[in-house]
Design a protein around this ligand. Sequence first.
Ligand code: AMP
Ligand code: MG
Length: 346
Amino acid sequence: MTDQTTFFIWNDESITDAAKLLKAGEVVAFPTETVYGLGADATNPVAVAKIFEAKGRPSDNPLIVHVANEQQISRYVTTISSTAKQLIAAFMPGPLTIILPSNGTIADNVTAGLGTVGIRIPDHPAARALIAEADLPIAAPSANLSGKTSPTSAIHVFQDLNGKIAGILDGGQTGVGVESTVIDCTSTIPRILRPGGVTRAQMEAVLGQAIEDAYTESASMTPIAPGMKYKHYEPDVPLILVDGEPTFFQEQIDMYQKDGKKVGALVSEELAPLIRTDQLQMCGSTEDLTTVAAQLYQSLRAFKATEVDLILAEFFPEEGVGQAIMNRLKKAASYIEIQSDQANPL
Ligand code: AMP
Ligand code: MG
């Protein structure tokens, strides 16, 4: 499929024009507070099929449905449990997707025929205005080619999807930087299918009960949510996680450089002054993981295959939003990690 892609700068007029494309069954990328989404009318299977085609996304990986407000959620589900109601009240709009039982209004190719639907209310004025103006539930995965790093700016979307979609709405840099937390509220004990912008501790504090972590943390575990089994967040060159002291990190750089490799390093501002390598991308302080999350994907995208042969990435603390950061980095690394107390896995 080749389309002329219209690039919209976000204002009242462009919201109307972009909404017209959505109503006409076309695909439009738009900013949310997490990453850019690739939207289409979630009740129109032909429009939804264009998302899968543009991204090259496997059809058994369901899409999240974006709505404008709380009232609209009940249009698409059979029941909303009291747990789900508490989470909706506390975290929506925001970076949380709740899996609920579908009432069949949303197209089958959105839900991958699962009988459930993931719903979220984005906390970004452009996204909310666009969804309200289209007056439709909008199915939207991240606006990148399948398997690649999610876009945090309209330029990233343009690089991946220009000529493949009808429009891109430019609303500047996104805020949170990693995708929404996905929580399954159809099980007795709610379980996190993907860590993200809302943390487990925040949800447990609201619910007064424990929540299960049900996302895979190794390549060998059996996936529960369809999206878990696919390659994700893949940079242009291989990425390897390095866990250890700065001197150990430097030893790994030296080893690859001795092998004739150009080495990129994705590190905190604390580690950066302590190492020397071919290309360095800093993504904030280990004391401020919110900033690391916001900068993670643009830092990954900054490494180009023409400039480095591989990326060595620092381990960040797996607390709060650090759980989402490390989940994405481990997937980007295909779970390849070098630890100072183990033999090199390669
Ligand atoms: P993306 O849209 O690329 O950010 O990915 C959406 C994530 O939500 C994927 O991991 C999906 O597998 C997951 N997801 C969406 N809808 C459902 C659902 N009904 N049941 C389980 N997981 C879902
Ligand atoms: Mg995605």
